[in-house]
Design a protein around this ligand. Structure first.
Ligand code: ADP
Ligand code: MG
Length: 348
């Protein structure tokens, strides 16, 4: 679907490793004052003065984490950066630098890597971060991308998963389930395409959910918003695997229980209609879908007045004593224990 037959194909071997690195990284500019030395030496040099530093890494493997038949490389580059930044923001930190390492087989022409790096470049501009290094190697199988993100946070402002207290409120940003439904739409179109390559899919009715899958955004804005509202969450995590497993992480690490209210889970109208079409329950999707990259956090009740008017923040639950357990309170007001499922079980 994404291969453009007319596009030029330059063999990677024509450039050599150093030529390739030069070519891909020559347009990266330094924007952060904490970057002392970026790409070009044996290592980057950073200076964070008094601030604490957070570091996080993700490895993405073709065929496991992404499928190039519907994931354009530009989007893949963008998403590889965003998923890492999301982890930095989930610490209540500000992302400042990334490194990008790639393993590529010779089935990829230079033009493909240019697309990948165009996405990385766009993300670095949107999120105002510097690309300060990486590694480039050949791969015998598919494409591998590893991004390491670095961020800074003022002393005592970092937020862990383990600080939730009984009576705190559980809050989530944005809406949930879109990315999973976007994947269902794309998988379905891929099957249609296999049968009839001339069939042009109409993705317009699914634009929101497909975008949630192909071009997710990290909630940098929420870290800033919380700071402006003078709210420091008691615990925080990003929603990468689905609401249920993230709630369990917070509860286990904080040693608390939780009631999650089904009727408070924020859903986009397109998520609701796509759920009807695919005949899946929207709560199941929100709980187990994953890849939404929203932030899930707990706040002390005294902070509720500060956040209640904000349309991008939804109070979805209430933190309880550990012996109360972790439950979904359904629309019918029955209580069901929440179990971690995440991606894999959900697909099986
Ligand atoms: P070394 O041999 O010390 O690993 P390299 O020749 O691999 O150095 O890298 C040279 C410079 O280019 C380093 O600053 C490195 O961080 C950077 N770099 C290498 N590969 C990439 C990449 N894929 N993306 C961004 N920067 C890269
Ligand atoms: Mg190297």
């Amino acid at each position: 679907m994404i291969e453009d037959k007319n596009k030029q194909r330059t063999q990677l071997s024509d450039l050599g490793e150093f030529g390739l690195i030069d070519h891909l990284t020559k347009n990266f500019e330094i924007k952060q004052s904490s970057t002392v030395k970026g790409i070009g030496d044996d290592a980057a040099v950073l200076d964070f003065k008094k601030n604490k530093i957070v570091v996080t890494t993700d490895l993405l493997v073709e065929g496991v984490h992404f499928d190039l038949s519907y994931m354009p490389l530009k989007h893949l580059g963008y998403k590889a950066v965003v998923v890492n930044l999301s982890d930095v923001y989930a610490m209540n930190a500000n992302a400042t630098q990334i490194t990008v390492s790639i393993g590529v087989s010779n089935r990829f022409p230079l033009e493909a890597l240019e697309d990948l790096y165009a996405g990385i470049m766009t993300a670095s501009k949107v999120y105002n971060i510097d690309v300060v290094g990486g590694d480039t190697t050949s791969s015998n199988t598919g494409l591998l991308i590893s991004v390491t993100a670095i961020g800074e946070v003022e002393e005592d402002n970092e937020v862990y998963r383990n600080g939730a207290k009984p009576n705190d409120l559980l809050v989530v940003t944005g809406d949930l389930g879109g990315a999973y439904l976007g994947l269902q739409v794309l998988e379905r179109e891929k099957e249609v395409y296999k049968v009839n390559p001339n069939n042009q899919p109409d993705l317009e009715p699914y634009s929101y959910v497909v975008e949630r899958q192909l071009k997710p955004e990290a909630r940098k804005d929420v870290v800033k918003l919380l700071k402006n509202l003078d709210v420091k969450p008691t615990s925080m995590i990003d929603v990468s695997d689905g609401l249920s497993s993230e709630i369990i992480h917070i509860c286990k690490q904080s040693k608390v229980g939780c009631d999650l209210y089904e009727n408070k889970i924020p859903l986009d109208p397109q998520v609701i209609s796509a759920c009807e079409e695919f005949n899946i329950d929207s709560t199941t999707v929100a709980l187990n879908g994953g890849e939404d990259y929203e932030l899930l956090f707990t706040i002390s009740q005294k902070d509720f007045p500060k956040i209640k008017a904000n349309p991008s923040l939804s109070v979805i639950g209430y933190i309880r004593e550990p012996q109360d357990g972790i439950h979904l309170v359904t629309r019918a007001e029955t209580k069901i224990p929440i179990q971690a499922q995440g991606w894999k079980n959900f697909n099986a």
